[in-house]
Design a protein around this ligand. Structure first.
Ligand code: UFG
Length: 330
């Protein structure tokens, strides 16, 4: 089948492009390259440079490419930045997604897979978190993702648009082989920062708070490997194309939490040297514990993650960063 991957030149998009192709699909990418990289794509994948804020460009792409389904990754993704620049986030993430939805229903009404986030839950007492937990995003970023989920559902009700929403927990790692990986312009993610510290690009690791109500006092997160997450997209697309699960929302995680200290211990083991760590105050907005109840995607779609060992996940991230210390500039 032919798939249009919007935002396919980014970290998760570029891994998904490869997994879709490995599953036998034809892929075309639509990306404005504001944070994605053309170099993250195989050279034989067509890249249409366009912006969702320009309704004509996405409409033209749908009309000319005639895809069987659309996978939508294009978004601004930084929680902290979203609080400082809400207008940019609402415009880019919500208006951009609205333009895409309108173009899909006006042209081909093909199924849509949308990348959402655990940030839609906000702080919750649920452990693990099921999909029907209360939705109380605490950041503009999370709010834009929730608004988009709701728009998609309204288009499903009104126009019959089939969709799957995937709510990612903490995505990490890189495709084995070290040729593509995480390369955001600004770095905030724990494993990426730790790898850059091991490369000498940062002086030390800061541990944001050790007085949380968790076993070692640091925050727990559910880490899912980017290649497994990419496979979740393949499963979602194929179910939709087969006419199954036409309005579904799934958590994507492994259902178990690792603390900041455990992650940093795993990085120390993988890089072979202890990184300097310093205790810092809590980071605003960090929930103590975010762990997915991922049973729904396992039972509905047969999601079966291959990367279940934290060190194995970190190893792939480390292989990417040490071979590409300057990201796609190397
Ligand atoms: N952390 C540190 N030191 C650092 C960086 C992070 O201690 O230098 C801690 C954080 O405080 C947090 C944990 O490591 O407890 C993980 O932090 P990340 O920044 O790697 O990831 P988040 O859990 O903050 O973010 C993830 C996704 C977001 C999503 C959010 C939902 O990356 O897109 O979960 O809460 F919005």
């Amino acid at each position: 089948m032919k798939l249009l991957v919007v935002g396919g030149a980014g970290y998760i998009g570029s891994h998904t492009v490869r997994q879709l192709r490995a599953a036998g699909h034809e892929v075309v990418v639509f990306d404005n390259l504001s944070s994605g990289h053309a170099a993250a794509l195989p050279t034989d994948v067509p890249l249409l440079r366009g912006d969702l804020l320009d309704p004509d460009s996405i409409r033209t792409a749908l009309e000319s490419q005639r895809p069987d389904a659309v996978v939508h990754f294009a978004a601004l993704i930084e929680v902290g930045e979203s609080m400082r620049a809400p207008g940019r986030y609402y415009r880019n993430n919500v208006t951009g997604s609205l333009n895409l939805l309108q173009a899909i229903v006006d042209t081909r009404k093909v199924p849509l897979v949308f990348s959402s986030t655990a940030a839609v839950y906000g702080t919750t007492d649920a452990v693990p978190i099921p999909e029907d937990a209360p939705l109380r995003p605490e950041s503009v970023y999370g709010e834009t993702k929730l608004m988009t989920e709701r728009m998609i559902h309204a288009f499903h009700v009104a126009h019959g648009l089939p969709y799957t929403v995937l709510r990612y927990f903490n995505v990490c790692g890189a495709a084995p082989g070290g040729h593509i990986g995480e390369a955001h312009p600004s770095k905030t993610h724990l494993i990426e920062l730790a790898c850059l510290t091991a490369l000498g690009q940062r002086e030390k690791m800061m541990v944001f708070g050790n007085d949380y109500p968790t076993p070692d006092g640091t925050c727990l997160r559910d880490y899912v490997h980017v290649q497994d997450l990419a496979d979740a997209h393949v499963l979602a697309v194929e179910a939709l194309l087969a006419g199954r699960m036409m309005a579904a929302t799934y958590n994507v995680g492994l259902g178990r939490g690792f603390s900041v200290q455990e992650v940093l211990d795993a990085v120390d083991e993988v890089v072979g040297t202890p990184l300097p760590r310093e205790l810092a105050p809590r980071r605003a907005g960090d929930p103590p514990r975010l762990v997915a109840d991922a049973s729904r995607i396992v039972s509905d779609l047969g999601f079966a993650p291959q990367f279940t060992d934290l060190r194995q996940m970190v190893q792939t991230a480390w292989d990417w960063h040490r071979h590409h210390p300057n990201g796609f500039q190397d």
